[in-house]
Design a protein around this ligand. Structure first.
Ligand SMILES: [Zn+2]
Ligand SMILES: [Zn+2]
Length: 191
């Protein structure tokens, strides 16, 4: 059987392991999507630029209207949000991110997980760097190796995509999303 994914049950970091994608980014993308699609009218009273637009396009209409009304009333005096500090959704996502990073660090203690990561894993620059500051030296070495091979793979794929694009081909554009994720992590994440 081809070991394309590392499927098992009961653990989200394990479930998110797949070749070519950062597992932390995958989990955050899913978490963020669900958070917005199921947003309750009282779940957010502040939003950054990115999440205000995400609410406008993807939250349930009644919740979106209530949230925007509350925001309008609070800011009607002409104040502008300090969006980096205030966005409720950024806050929830950051909490989720920290929990998933910790879970990853714990999983690295299991030989099979670390082995799979070392051979097949991908990590974006941001999560790779965050994890490196949280693990022991041996795991930091594995994470550095994963980041390096992610970068090399991406470079190769981008070069071949760029060559095709120069001759007018547009197939394989998914690589651009992978590149963006590798460089800046999943969209909507604040630092
Ligand atoms: Zn990531
Ligand atoms: Zn936000």
């Amino acid at each position: 059987m081809k070991n394309e994914t590392f499927l098992t049950t009961g653990n989200t970091v394990l479930l998110a392991l797949a070749k070519g994608v950062c597992p932390i980014c995958s989990l955050l993308r899913a978490f963020q999507k669900e958070l917005i699609e199921r947003l309750q009218p009282t779940a957010a009273s502040t939003a950054c630029n990115y999440h205000a637009w995400a609410i406008a396009t993807s939250a349930p209409a009644s919740s979106a209207a209530e949230i925007f009304l509350a925001m309008l009333r609070v800011t009607s005096s002409g104040d502008v949000w300090n969006e980096r500090i205030d966005c409720n959704l950024c806050g929830s996502i950051r909490e989720h991110e920290i929990a998933r990073l910790r879970e990853f660090v714990n999983e690295m203690q299991r030989g099979r997980f670390a082995q799979w990561m070392e051979r097949h894993g991908t990590l974006c620059r941001f999560h790779g760097a965050s994890l490196q500051s949280m693990v022991n030296d041996e795991d930091a070495r594995i994470i550095a190796k994963v980041m390096k091979s992610s970068e090399e793979q991406l470079e190769e794929l981008l070069e071949s995509f760029a060559a095709k694009a120069r001759s007018g081909g547009h197939a394989g554009g998914g690589i651009l999303g992978r590149a963006a994720e590798f460089l800046v992590a999943q969209r909507g994440l604040t630092r």
